[in-house]
Design a protein around this ligand. Structure first.
Ligand code: CO
Length: 137
């Protein structure tokens, strides 16, 4: 079951500069900043009601996020849907023949996560996440 938008991911060239808008101008609270080495991103999560904004800065020129920004510029990168059972949801999607990026859930900033292929969702990269305090894998 997908029950809400967990976060909206935005690709940015410079995380600190981006915080000058999202944190300082909009007044959103930053509740996490972390570097995810294997994904080549430094990311900040900002609270907005029950959802979040995720700002994603590439850590090096070869990172996927850097290539994304080169191709499309800064902006909307993905939408993440919350589910209490990311693994169960993945199984259902596999049975329905949905094209996936990740065949198995893995650790991400938002908990246990996986990505669906944007071909499946009309050009929008979709992430599913189960927060760690809910995950029962
Ligand atoms: Co995300």
């Amino acid at each position: 079951m997908i029950d809400k938008i967990h976060h909206v991911g935005i690709a940015v060239r410079d995380l600190d500069k981006s915080l000058e808008f999202y944190r300082d101008v909009l007044g959103l609270h930053v509740h996490a900043i972390d570097t995810v080495e294997d994904q080549g991103v430094r990311a900040a999560l900002l609270t907005i009601g029950e959802s979040e904004i995720e700002l994603l800065e590439p850590t090096h020129a070869e990172a996927n996020m850097a290539k994304f920004i080169e191709r499309k510029g800064e902006g909307l990168h993905h939408i993440c849907f919350n589910t209490p059972d990311v693994d169960g949801e993945l199984e259902v999607l596999k049975q329905k023949g949905v094209e996936l990026v990740d065949q198995k859930s893995r650790v991400g900033l938002a908990g246990m996560i996986c990505f669906l292929h944007p071909k499946a969702s009309r050009g929008v990269l979709v992430e599913l996440a189960t927060p760690m305090d809910v995950y029962r894998g």
